[in-house]
Design a protein around this ligand. Structure first.
Ligand code: IPD
Ligand code: CA
Ligand code: CA
Length: 266
């Protein structure tokens, strides 16, 4: 794929931070057996990865703003551009030695996402997209899956957990979707979940209570792979609502309808 200079900067930053995470992931796997576990080590790995991404991006474009999960937002002197970064998405997986985590980097221009990179260093899979230029996994052009009905579809989701999210509301959504879909998956890194929809591995995905850095890059990947995205109400306020529903035209619509069905009366 021909990449613009900007996308190259993002790819290099993701690979550099990914190398650091990859080294630390090896260490985390060794720490599983210690009673204290690897949590402190993982928060350091996360902060280190953000520093690497931030330094690389701001070295290349010193005037752009920077919003990363692990540090104070930097407001750029260039009012139009902002980097949106999750240096380690899928922290719980990383912490438990599960190789499903990623560095996610998006570029926003005048409020719109124009480039996105999601890199999983454990599998060496690099997902990248630029607006109007298509979405790619390494050198392969991506297209969302073509399945039209939920009964054939494998659907990804996020599951709320201890102290996070709306447990009751999720159980209602799950109850409806699992009754109609061929399979449900909870893979644990939202940026990769979205990238996997772009790659046609998942036919659809929904999750609520997400942040902009979980979704920004992955959403562009899906749109550039021919997919549809909206918030849980079917609108465009994905970042404000913190919710997303995604798939091809048919699965997106079906998932939206089914997940939003009212609670059944007994
Ligand atoms: C989390 C992951 C997870 C999603 C959570 C996110 P983090 O991000 O994307 O899949 O379900 O809501 O917070 O904390 O690993 O960067
Ligand atoms: Ca995240
Ligand atoms: Ca994170």
């Amino acid at each position: 794929m021909a990449r613009s200079a900007l996308l190259n900067v993002m790819v290099q930053a993701a690979i550099k931070a990914g190398k650091s995470l990859g080294r630390d992931f090896g260490e985390v796997q060794n720490l599983q057996v210690s009673v204290k576990g690897p949590s402190d080590f993982v928060s350091q790995a996360d902060i280190k990865a953000e520093r690497i991404v931030r330094d690389e991006l701001l070295k290349a474009r010193p005037t752009y703003g920077f919003l990363g999960e692990e540090s104070e937002e930097i407001i750029g002197t260039d009012g139009a551009h902002r980097w949106i970064v999750d240096p380690l998405d899928g922290t719980t997986n990383f912490l438990h030695g599960i190789p499903q985590f990623a560095v996610s980097i998006a570029l926003e221009r005048n409020g719109e996402i124009v480039a996105g990179v999601v890199f999983n260093p454990a599998t060496d899979e690099l997902f990248a997209a630029e607006r109007g230029g298509g979405a790619f996994l390494n050198d392969r052009r991506l297209r969302v899956a073509a399945r039209r009905v939920l009964s054939d579809a494998v659907i990804g989701c996020g599951v709320p957990h201890l102290g996070r999210g709306q447990h009751g509301k999720f159980l209602v959504e799950l109850r409806h979707v699992m009754g109609e879909a061929a399979g449900i998956r909870r893979l644990g890194a939202a940026s990769l979940d979205l990238a996997w929809v772009a790659a046609g591995r998942l036919d659809g995905f929904w999750e609520t209570d997400l942040k902009i850095w979980d979704m920004a890059a992955g959403l562009l990947l899906i749109r550039e792979a021919g997919g549809f995205t909206s918030d849980m109400k079917g609108g465009n306020a994905i970042f404000d609502e913190g919710s997303v529903v995604a798939g091809n035209e048919h699965i997106h619509k079906a998932l939206l309808d089914v997940a939003n069905r009212p609670v059944p009366s007994r």
